[in-house]
Design a protein. Structure first.
Length: 319
């Protein structure tokens, strides 16, 4: 019984700390437990979004809070399992009957006091127990500070994605309403715009890779939704890649690579589409976020044209 409690307790503590490390500090940012929680919350809330559109906006915050709660509870019950076989080594405050305080609930009470660094009504008499409680307090304080840091780090990332989406949506509106095509601009201006889009998209992609939970933050406004504008970004990249001007073609290739990297990351990490083509992934992304994307027809036509032109250029070089 004692060995089993200690083994299970150590496993729970290890799972919590390892997942915190992988999620908050590891560069890839993929904690197995936190990723699983995010996916489950997303899948549970999406059906509600079919009749209440704003429901999806709660998926991200709920996922983050639930992940933190799970981390804390794993620590709480893990340490409680370590303390439970040693309840006889704790002294009670005056007026408390020791015979009535030898249950697992008392071990949880001790663990909770240690986790939040507050003294309780049961004090250890053995040195290793005092050391263990001190370690739990340090771990609990680390969880608190890391969680706050995580929360503060996520929202600037969301702001970057929304700003990028709003900028692209403005370009799409200019094309549709004012009939202004970016490719009609002088080479230097078009080059600057396409390179800026590529830089911003690469930044958004890398930030999402560091903090995957940001995928589950569905913005309420369509005009700032990343899933809405990505097909139009792909269209811009395809058109720029076959432009006659070398500088624009270079910028188009850079933007096209950024779009491809973004699609591969989203498809492999969130949509279970690791081998799908770029267009299918971007359409599936919009569908997963229950959004109507812009520029889908443009993307599909430009993609086909880009493949034809590239094929001709390759044939010409081979000849």
């Amino acid at each position: 019984m004692t060995a089993a409690c200690r083994l299970i307790g150590c496993m729970l503590i290890a799972v919590s700390i390892l997942d915190q490390f992988q999620t908050l500090f590891y560069p890839a940012g993929h904690g197995t437990l936190s990723s699983w929680i995010g996916k489950i919350v997303w899948r549970l809330i999406r059906p509600i979004g079919r009749w209440k559109k704003n429901a999806l906006t709660f998926a991200g915050p709920i996922s983050m809070l639930l992940i933190i709660v799970v981390w804390a509870n794993l620590l709480l019950f893990g340490w409680a399992l370590l303390f439970y076989p040693e309840l006889g080594s704790f002294t009670m405050m005056q007026g408390i009957d020791p015979q009535q305080h030898h249950t697992f609930a008392d071990a949880v009470n001790i663990s909770l006091g240690s986790l939040i660094t507050l003294a309780g009504d049961m004090m250890p008499t053995k040195r290793f127990l005092r050391f263990a409680m001190g370690v739990e307090g340090v771990v609990g304080f680390g969880l608190l500070t890391a969680s706050v840091s995580w929360l503060l780090s996520v929202y600037p990332i969301l702001e970057s994605a929304r700003s990028f989406a709003q900028q692209v949506m403005s370009m799409y509106s200019a094309r549709e309403k004012a009939k202004i095509n970016l490719l009609d601009l002088p080479e230097s201006e078009a080059l600057t715009i396409f390179l800026e889009l590529a830089t911003q998209l690469a930044t958004v992609r890398n930030q999402m890779a560091q903090f995957p939970v940001t995928y589950y933050f569905n913005v309420g406004e369509r005009k700032t939704g990343l899933s809405v504008v990505m097909p139009f970004v792909a269209y811009l990249a395809d058109k720029a890649e076959v432009d006659q001007r070398p500088g624009v073609r270079l910028a188009g290739c850079v933007l096209g690579h950024a779009v491809k990297a973004f699609a591969e990351f989203i498809g492999g990490t969130f949509l279970d589409l690791p081998n799908a083509d770029r267009n299918s992934i971007l359409i599936a992304l919009a569908k997963d976020h229950m959004r109507e994307p812009v520029g889908v027809d443009l993307m599909q036509r430009s993609g086909a044209l880009s493949r034809v032109v590239t094929g001709r250029l390759n044939a010409r070089e081979a000849g």
